[in-house]
Design a protein. Structure first.
Length: 421
């Protein structure tokens, strides 16, 4: 059994890689726009509080952590880079060249782990563009090194159409893809899930499964234990603030983001020092395995792959998709179905398949593949009638005992399959 120090450091770490493309080398990236102006804000050097004035402390008397107190190996203050554009991120991230360990965190405005917020978004008469939805669910990427903090504000990146490359500068992809750069973060697997889910950048897992960080008291608990500092704004004013707005971050958001970016890196340094002093092997990697992401988000949420499928539909089919989606949302609303059980009605993939193949009869729809049981059985007529009206074909009336008949057909089909086996 690994000792607590080893468990803590493993809980902070993850690795990424790209199974489809080979990243450019850092040397090649450095030749691009080498004399472009770097978008960065250097933090002023802060001095200890004097004159009998006490530093701000929490209820336990611990001083609050501040990135402004952190120093680079040279003794200088850390540079803070705010990157609201693709170009500014490309330029600023060149400061990360040559680093073998970076801090990683993500922020979002619309919680990608809940369906309720997404339903509210998708129920608008004029749906947002798919890239805007993506930026709502992954609004900010935070990176840090021993010299720099990078606040990459994806929500403010200019995008047109559906092209993930508009959100991922080559140098960012290289940093995330590199197996030689350890990514450090509190419950970093969750951030890895988001990046893989929305930006389609694959990863290698290295560390504990999701939820492991909670056993150590969360980020705040680990910070108190390892750094002797309290963490400020770990509440709705910080973590749940509107990161997805297309406007500059507030001062409070900026401070929160910078702290979240650098704290895990500082904790990792402390843990490595403790292990070194104890004579323990710092290379605590578990067996590496390729991540074939099973999304931790509900299947009803349109991830990058699903959004591409939706984009590939013909305009007429897309219009039908939104009609089917509206009907699903009405069913959920009036039958008081919990958002987490949306797949019992129809998930997004089922709606896309219905819009693409457009079954015009209840019989045809009941035998469709790629469509959930809810849409094919209990809510069959709800959806097939929408399709029939959209195509201006005769609308089938709902038979009085159709659910009983459908149940008989399902049992017969099940018995047939069982007999075949």
């Amino acid at each position: 059994m690994a000792n607590p120090t080893q468990e803590e450091i493993r809980a902070l770490r993850s690795k990424f890689f790209d199974r489809t493309t080979k990243p450019k080398s850092f040397s090649a990236l450095m030749t691009e726009s080498s004399d472009a102006k770097l978008a960065n804000l250097t933090l002023a050097n802060t001095s200890p509080v004097r004159g009998g004035k006490s530093p701000e402390v929490d209820q336990d008397g611990l001083p609050y952590f501040s990135h402004a107190d952190c120093r680079a190996p040279s003794g200088e203050a850390l540079r803070l880079h705010y990157c609201p554009t693709f170009e500014s991120a490309s330029h600023a991230l060149k400061y990360a060249v040559g680093k073998t360990k970076v801090g990683l965190d993500c922020e979002w405005g619309v919680d990608p782990y809940t369906v309720a917020d997404r339903l509210e978004l998708l129920s608008k008469e004029t749906p947002k563009s798919h890239m805007d939805l993506l930026k709502d669910c992954l609004s900010v990427i935070l990176l840090s090194t021993d010299e720099d903090i990078f606040v990459i504000h994806l929500a403010r990146f200019n995008t047109e159409g559906f092209n993930l490359a508009q959100l991922v500068p080559n140098i960012l992809a290289t940093i995330l893809n590199s197996e030689g750069i350890v990514k450090v973060g509190a419950e970093v697997k969750g951030d890895a899930d988001l990046i893989e889910q929305w930006l389609d950048i694959k990863r290698i897992l290295d560390g504990f499964p999701s939820g492991s960080e909670a056993r150590f008291g969360g980020l705040a608990g680990m910070t108190k234990k390892l750094l002797g500092k309290a963490v400020k704004d770990k509440d709705e004013n910080g973590q749940r603030s509107p990161w997805h707005l297309r406007q500059p971050l507030t001062e409070r958001q900026s401070q929160y983001a910078a702290n979240d970016a650098i704290i895990p890196l500082r904790m990792d340094d402390v843990l490595c020092n403790l292990m070194e002093k104890a004579g323990l092997d710092i290379n605590i990697s578990v067996q590496l395995e390729t991540s074939d992401l099973t999304p931790s988000v509900p299947s009803s949420l349109p991830d990058a792959k699903t959004l591409r499928k939706l984009d590939s539909l013909e305009p007429n089919a897309q219009a039908l998709f939104y009609k089917l989606r509206d009907r699903r949302n009405l069913i959920i609303k009036y039958r008081k179905i919990a958002p987490v059980n949306i797949f019992h009605v129809a998930d997004t993939t089922s709606l896309i398949n219905l819009a693409k193949r457009q079954p015009t009869t209840s019989e045809e729809m009941s035998t469709m593949t790629g469509v959930g049981k809810g849409a094919r059985h209990e809510y069959l007529y709800d959806f097939v009638n929408v399709i029939q009206k959209h195509l201006n074909v005769q609308v089938e009336p709902k038979p009085e005992n159709w659910k009983d008949d459908a149940k008989v057909r399902r049992l017969a089909q099940s018995a047939k399959k069982k007999h075949a086996v």
